[in-house]
Write a protein that binds this ligand. Structure first.
Ligand SMILES: [Ca+2]
Ligand SMILES: [Ca+2]
Ligand SMILES: [Ca+2]
Length: 301
């Protein structure tokens, strides 16, 4: 290839990159085996101070919904899923809304990038949030969506950030569920059983690779609701309680607190959404725990 052709080829790559960078996803749809996971409203900027993007989410069986591009499921376990954040200088939490790039990576995987402001500004684009979603059927009756998330501090100084993962699960589209929080070695998780008498059909949201610092289970709306705490005009620390305290239409949120993320640094973890699936520590987490156990064993000798 001569120099001119090389330059033309480079220009083509650059143009393709520019087109790709402008690409966003308003809906993500993941299919694997019998299962489908979808989120809608991924670019709804009005949701920054509202009740959040991801205005509707589905997690269930593809069933008869085989039309290309369909986001519909049968035996749905999920009503809504979203993410909020708060930086130093903010006087409330904000839903992620400014999607700068989104793409399907394959039939069962998608990538989303949001660039959001800090310190009370609505425009400075200082924090980048990236998500890679992957749906896997585990068995014909269970599936999991792993969501690797990361936060990048683009500013010139260290920043404090709190990050929130939220799910409103309605097992089989019904609200009379039974929500609990479980502390487990390697993974903390919210579990939403179909009812107090049906624990075989359940949804889970687990915090893997980096454990959550705080949590709250509560009604899906109104007083004590995690979504109310995240969308009101106040700084929130999740309560570490189940404010519903009984069977009902519950929802849950996890809070991750980062103190002084260095300029240019990245932090991250993983959220797993399970359909009849209890999250288990990943091999990486197990290896770390194993090393910790080994260190303890050595000290005892
Ligand atoms: Ca749904
Ligand atoms: Ca709040
Ligand atoms: Ca619910």
């Amino acid at each position: 290839m001569n120099r001119k052709m090389a330059l033309m080829a480079f220009a083509g790559v650059a143009a393709a990159a520019a087109v790709a960078e402008a690409q966003t996803l308003t809906t993500l749809i993941l299919n694997d085996g019998l299962y489908r996971y979808s989120e809608q409203g991924l670019t709804a900027t009005a949701n920054r101070t509202g009740t959040g993007g991801g205005s509707a989410a589905n997690f269930g069986l593809i069933g008869a919904n085989t039309t290309a591009g369909s986001s519909a499921v049968t035996s749905d376990y999920l009503f809504q899923n979203w993410w909020w954040y708060r930086s130093q200088g903010d006087t409330r939490e904000f839903a992620l809304t400014n999607q700068t790039f989104g793409t399907q990576l394959g039939a069962n995987s998608a990538f989303l990038r949001y660039v959001e402001p800090i310190g009370g500004s609505s425009t400075n684009g200082t924090l980048t949030f990236e998500f890679t979603y992957t749906l896997n059927q585990i068995t014909p009756t269970s599936a999991a969506v792993t969501i690797n998330w990361s936060i990048i501090n683009n500013s010139q100084s260290a920043q404090d950030v709190s990050f929130f993962a939220y799910s409103d699960s309605d097992v089989l589209s019904a609200g009379g569920n039974d929500g609990t929080y479980n502390s487990n070695p390697g993974v903390n998780f919210y579990r939403n059983n179909a009812s107090t008498s049906n624990s075989s059909q359940f949804f889970t949201m687990g915090a893997d690779l980096r454990l959550n610092d705080r949590w709250q289970i509560g009604p899906f709306s109104g007083t004590g609701a995690p979504r109310t705490a995240l969308s009101d005009a106040l700084v929130t620390a999740l309560s570490n309680t189940d404010t519903l305290g009984a069977a009902g239409d519950n929802a849950a949120a996890f809070q991750f607190d980062f103190s002084r993320i260095a300029a240019g640094a990245t932090v991250g973890g993983r959220i797993t959404k399970g359909y009849n699936y209890i999250p288990v520590p990943t091999p990486g987490t197990l290896a770390l725990m194993g090393l910790g156990g080994l260190a303890v064993a050595r000290r005892r000798r």
